[in-house]
Design a protein around this ligand. Structure first.
Ligand code: IMP
Length: 193
């Protein structure tokens, strides 16, 4: 029998020295998205959805979720910037890219990569609700409940994670690591902690 392969061999060699470990691998992400898509199909049976991906972190989540849905869904994106440090958010949000269309009367599902303090999403939800959609719900691949500063209704959660900085599957540090297929933790020195 050969030795089990080092899980970190799945991480591209250029990033491997900065990676501490794999927190959620690509197979678990895929299985969880299968389950969430089935739940969404049940909840929205007979309706049409508008998926609103929050750039840039949610691009992989929204693409992989959309491909699994049976209900008809349109897709749009918003980009927001939060005035915070590199790894924390301040809740003061600026819209860098708005939706292409009006959402009045539509069933909106906001798709997020991670909800940390919740301040960014709180702002976004208030903003979207003011446009009179038929409904607004949230799907977030990850949530860090111990960091939450505002109560938020997240209808579909992929995984709860502890208070550690994670990257991969869309999540970045200084625009690096987004393309990793697994969600990984970094060595503290890799993000200046
Ligand atoms: P919040 O406003 O504190 O909830 O922050 C949300 C945003 O902060 C996310 O959309 C991410 O862009 C970023 N963020 C929070 N935690 C992490 C992390 O662990 N890794 C990468 N980005 C994160």
């Amino acid at each position: 029998m050969s030795e089990p392969a080092d899980p970190l061999e799945r991480v591209p060699a250029v990033y491997r020295p900065q990676v501490d470990g794999i927190l959620i691998d690509r197979e678990r992400i895929a299985a969880r998205l299968d389950a969430i898509a089935a739940e969404i199909d049940r909840d929205y049976a007979g309706q049409e959805l508008l998926l609103v991906g929050v750039l840039k972190g949610a691009v992989f989540v929204v693409a992989d979720l959309h491909r699994r849905l049976g209900v008809p869904a349109a897709m749009d994106f918003m980009a927001v910037s939060s005035y915070g440090s590199a790894t924390t958010s301040s809740g003061v949000v600026r819209i860098l890219k708005d939706l292409d269309t009006e959402i009045e009367g539509q069933h909106v599902l906001v798709v997020e990569d991670i909800v940390d303090s919740g301040l960014t999403l709180d702002y976004l939800l208030k903003n979207l609700r003011s446009r009179r959609p038929a409904s607004v719900e949230v799907m977030s691949l990850l949530t860090k409940p111990s960091r939450r500063e505002v109560e938020l209704p997240i209808r579909y959660v992929g995984f709860e994670v502890p208070d550690v900085f994670v990257v991969g599957y869309g999540l970045d540090f200084a625009e690096h690591y987004r393309g990793l297929s697994d969600i990984v933790t970094l060595k503290p020195e890799a993000y200046g902690a």
